[in-house]
Design a protein around this ligand. Structure first.
Ligand code: FAD
Length: 323
């Protein structure tokens, strides 16, 4: 059998966008392999209709398993149990921290081949071939799996969300045995995250601010510009400024933050450190404002503006508003 098991992460009564992309991708690939894509949700009191809704993204069946929200090991246990019941040739993850954690844990549990940061997958001769950009995205490596089950972990938002499947999918509750590992970590408190409403992954336009903004209040220049763009725009930040408390962690781009690929990425007062670059280099258009003509960010910008952001950002905001 050539079925694909896709991990779908859910919180606050919604499936995360990255997972919807993974389910869509899994459905497309399973069809090419002559199999089915099944999604799996693990958590507390998973709503039936939420699970069934994954049928719209191509899941032929949705498995649900009860387990504590937000922990990786119980998901590993549940997915290993589902795979153990047979029929799965691949497990697919959309990426994100929990995707990485669960995917790697599942590979270790099954002794399976694993590759992460995958941007493209294709079916070839009844197998899947995963592509991963390497060497700062300047080259592509191709990965095939020798193990019975191949674990594919996508780059965040690499897979396109495609709606238009057969409608509600059948939902099957599964049980699994908790492994000794799953008792080794537990969530002690769950707090409100400052900036939980900051959604940089879904935005088409990102105005990102760095240390060049000078102080937390400097972010107003970015928020004003994002508001002028309107629609699907948001404000993002570098690690230097989130560490300084100028902006919420939810808005951090980069190696230890989020990976984004908006249509427009406008970087204001950002030097362009490699750890920042890896999180935004796939943006369609990169515009940088920096007072230092030798700032590294200009090396990978489509348009560079050398000057003081305190003068340029307000003018840009006025110009966009006037449009
Ligand atoms: P700076 O490097 O200080 O750059 C500020 C820029 O603003 C300068 O280029 C300056 O010329 C310009 N500027 C100053 N004033 C003005 C003005 N008035 N007008 C216009 N331009 C002005 N960083 C991330 O962003 N994301 C990560 O995920 C991340 N992960 C990391 C992981 C590790 C293990 C390590 C070691 C580092 C990580 N970093 C990360 C930090 C990274 O190395 C840089 O320190 C950080 O990205 C720098 O942030 P910045 O560009 O805001 O600040």
């Amino acid at each position: 059998m050539s079925n694909i098991l896709v991990y779908a992460l859910h919180y606050d009564g919604a499936i995360n966008k990255n997972s919807l992309g993974a389910v869509s991708e899994g459905a497309k690939l399973a069809k090419e392999l002559g199999g089915e894509a099944h999604a799996i949700l693990v958590g507390e009191n998973i709503p039936q209709d939420l699970a069934a809704s994954l049928g719209e993204y191509g899941a032929a069946k949705v498995l649900t398993a009860e387990g504590p929200d937000g922990l990786g090991q119980p998901v590993v246990d549940a997915m290993a149990a589902a795979i153990g019941s047979g029929g799965y040739k691949y497990a697919l993850f959309g990426g994100g921290l929990l995707g990485f954690e669960v995917g790697a844990g599942l590979a270790a549990r099954l002794g399976a081949g694993v590759a992460m940061e995958i941007t493209t997958v294709r079916a070839e001769g009844g197998e899947l071939v995963a592509e991963r950009p390497i060497l700062g995205d300047s080259s592509i490596s191709e990965i095939k799996y020798r193990s019975e089950v191949g674990i594919i972990i996508g780059r965040l938002n690499a897979f396109e969300i495609v709606k238009g499947g057969a409608g509600a999918a059948p939902v099957e509750a599964i049980s699994y045995e908790a492994s000794p590992q799953s008792a080794q970590a537990t969530i002690v408190t769950r707090g409100e995250q400052r900036g939980a409403d900051v959604d940089i992954e879904g935005a088409n336009i990102l105005v990102a601010g760095g240390r060049g903004l000078g102080k937390a209040e400097g972010f107003e220049l970015c928020t004003d510009l994002a508001a002028a763009f309107g629609g699907s725009s948001a404000v993002a930040a570098t690690r230097a400024v989130v560490d300084a408390g100028w902006y919420p962690y939810a808005g951090q781009i980069g190696q230890t933050g989020k990976t984004v690929a908006p249509k427009l990425y406008l970087a204001a007062g950002i030097s362009g450190a490699i750890q920042h670059k890896v999180g935004m280099q796939s943006s369609e258009n990169i515009v940088a404002i920096n007072k230092d003509a030798n700032a590294p960010i200009f090396e990978f910008s489509d348009l560079g503006i050398v000057g003081d952001l305190n003068k340029i950002l307000p003018k840009l905001t006025e110009a966009i508003k006037a449009k």
